[in-house]
Design a protein around this ligand. Sequence first.
Ligand code: ATP
Length: 326
Amino acid sequence: MGLHPAVAAVRHGVRRAIAGLERDHAVLVACSGGADSLALLSATVFEARRPGVRVIGVTVDHGLQEGSAAHAARVVDQMAALGADETATARVHVDPAGLGIEAAARRARYDVLEQMRVHFDARSVLLGHTRDDQAETVLLGLARGSGGRSIAGMRRSFDHNDRPLLDVARADTVAACLAEGIEFWDDPHNSDPGFARVRVRQRVLPVLEDELGPGVAATLARTADQVRDDVEALDGIALASYERIGGPEGLDREELEELPRAVATRVLRLAALAAGARDSELFHVHVTALHGLALGAINGEVQLPGHVTAYCDGSRLLFRPTAVAG
Ligand SMILES: Nc1ncnc2c1ncn2[C@@H]1O[C@H](COP(=O)(O)OP(=O)(O)OP(=O)(O)O)[C@@H](O)[C@H]1O
């Protein structure tokens, strides 16, 4: 019997991701025990064999659900049975204060995976996000309305992380597990309609598929790829412009006026961040106000999150710490 097409699709993604690795290099696979990450691990073991790359399987125990330690132990056994050279459980403490539980768990997970990567001297961390995850991310970003970056989806690689399955359908990771006799775990979170992502998965995408035809997830993911190229190009141009016209003495307003709006707003964001504005609360409305101020459409000052005030002085747009009353 030939190779199952779903297994071939998963292996194809992995082959590209580890193409640069050589004998005795190590790669870390982040494994939740779901179909996506177990299919990813199995394919990585297969693809790593010929170059002689070591495969490290790591599962993160967030300690948030009853029985999470037992679940992690089962995943570790599975990873070993699938042929991982080494396995580990990373336990994290999730502090939900500020970020909220989901974001705090994600932050803790990415931090500990990076620590494990360094610990095992691995070249990269492979994550099992699929094309469907990407489509959901694009739709959620579209609804959030925070511009190109929010619909550019997840990056294929960042820092030392890779997402080899971004072109692979989630159904194919399930089919690959079934074809290889891998028992996978269905995370109850993945079907809890309390999460916006789950509602997109269960209700929004199926309607789009019905009304616009099958393949919507793939086209959304393709859109993300194209938008990301554009966003990254604009970011690069903006950084170069900022380095040219910005500095400790603020921004040159005439030079700023010459820039296309998409570049100017990015330059203003960079300048505001350099002046100490708080990234997570610096919204488009602030940047638009800064633009108005620089062009003379708004008079006075603009207050930015993080206690930064922007103002104009002749030809320059400047920033200073906001004076605290009392
Ligand atoms: N507990 C875990 N241990 C190890 N890896 C995990 C764990 N949870 C998720 N991952 C990794 O992240 C990938 C995506 O998982 P999932 O879609 O459940 O997470 P998510 O919360 O949507 O992720 P993100 O927040 O990064 O978008 C998995 O395929 C796996 O590689």
